[in-house]
Design a protein around this ligand. Structure first.
Ligand SMILES: [Ca+2]
Ligand SMILES: [Ca+2]
Ligand SMILES: [Ca+2]
Length: 331
């Protein structure tokens, strides 16, 4: 039988003396916790934990004088039962955003349990110190890279252990997927910015989130002669995940304007900021040059990333600005 489960039966005995009253008892040496009702012979025993064989001797004594008795010896063999661990389904979260999950385990034995959790990111198994009296535990962890991480909880009862696993899917932070320009004559009229995920329309639809500069006569950004291009009120279409910027005056395609997006103003559904600098972590402003005639910039450089909607003929090349070659801040 399984550890921690009740064994019960009634002992019976017959006495050939008419009217004899029998009293049942357990002989000394019976395992602790075993009981036998003297009058009915009801036996009860719950093996506490582990695989073990228990021996009992039940004695029936009559009320004659002298009292006569008889006994029977039997054994109960208990087997260890591994804990059953429950952790729930897979869960999604964002980079740097801790997920929280409550789990539990069941075990019929009267064990002393220890538990570990491996969050699947190479940090190794951690002890789960706070096992609740109700056999519950709490999981919480944050990941600093996108990916799918198997989380394994192991509960050990001293004899055997049980495990359960679920996956934490850490989504990459939102990025700029494409920047598209429409041109009329020799001027850009509209800038479309498509994000890789739905973003908060408040920030994405604000012109102040975006900044377009011309580099001025010196051909450099971050210098005094830079000119800020005034924008009309911006808008954001949550269906296409695309923001629309319209300069107050169409942008000449001659000088190469620079677009900068303030990362903190663009937040994904997990409220994580735009990964404008493509380091897989939220934050980092997005900067790109808006070149005419086919040198316009799209944001994604990774081949694994899905391209945005069909881009105009102006999008032919992907540029990525690292901290080495990025233009100085002009904020
Ligand atoms: Ca057990
Ligand atoms: Ca300049
Ligand atoms: Ca980043």
């Amino acid at each position: 039988m399984a550890e921690g489960t009740l064994a019960t039966f009634s002992a019976t005995s017959t006495d050939i003396d008419a009217g004899a009253v029998l009293t049942f008892s357990l002989d000394p040496g019976a395992p602790a916790g075993a009981t036998l009702e003297p009058s009915t012979g009801l036996f009860r025993f719950t093996p506490p934990s582990g695989s073990k064989t228990y021996t009992f001797t039940i004695r029936a004594t009559d009320n004659g004088s002298p009292a006569m008795s008889d006994s029977a010896t039997f054994t109960i063999t208990a087997t260890s039962v591994a804990p059953t661990v429950t952790v729930g389904p897979d869960i999604a979260t964002g980079v740097g955003l801790a997920f929280n999950r409550a789990g539990s385990f069941a075990d019929p034995g009267k064990n002393t349990w220890t538990a570990t959790v491996d969050y699947g990111d190479g940090s190794g198994p951690w002890p789960l110190a706070a096992l609740g009296a109700d056999r519950s535990f709490a999981l919480s962890h944050a990941y600093d890279r996108p990916g799918t991480y198997p989380v394994t909880v192991r509960v050990d009862d001293g004899n055997t252990s049980g495990t359960a696993t679920f996956a934490v899917v850490v989504k990459p932070p939102v990025r700029v997927q494409a920047v598209r320009l429409t041109q009329k004559g020799k001027k850009f009229t509209t800038v479309f910015i498509t994000y890789s995920d739905g973003v908060d329309p408040t920030g994405a639809g604000l012109a102040s989130t975006y900044r377009i500069d011309n580099d001025g006569k010196d051909g450099k950004y971050g210098t005094k002669d830079d000119k800020v291009v005034l924008l009309r009120p911006a808008s954001y279409d949550s269906t296409t995940k695309t923001a629309k910027l319209i300069p107050r005056k169409p942008l000449p395609t001659g000088p190469v304007p620079q677009l900068r997006i303030t990362a903190s103003a663009i937040t994904d559904p997990s409220r994580l900021a735009l990964d404008g600098d493509h380091d897989n972590k939220p934050g980092g402003d997005f900067t790109t040059l808006l070149r005419k005639g086919g040198v316009t910039v799209a944001g994604f450089r990774s081949r694994n990333h899905q391209r945005g909607p069909a881009l105009s003929r102006f999008v032919v090349r992907v540029l990525h600005f690292t901290s080495r070659n990025r233009h100085p801040s002009i904020g």
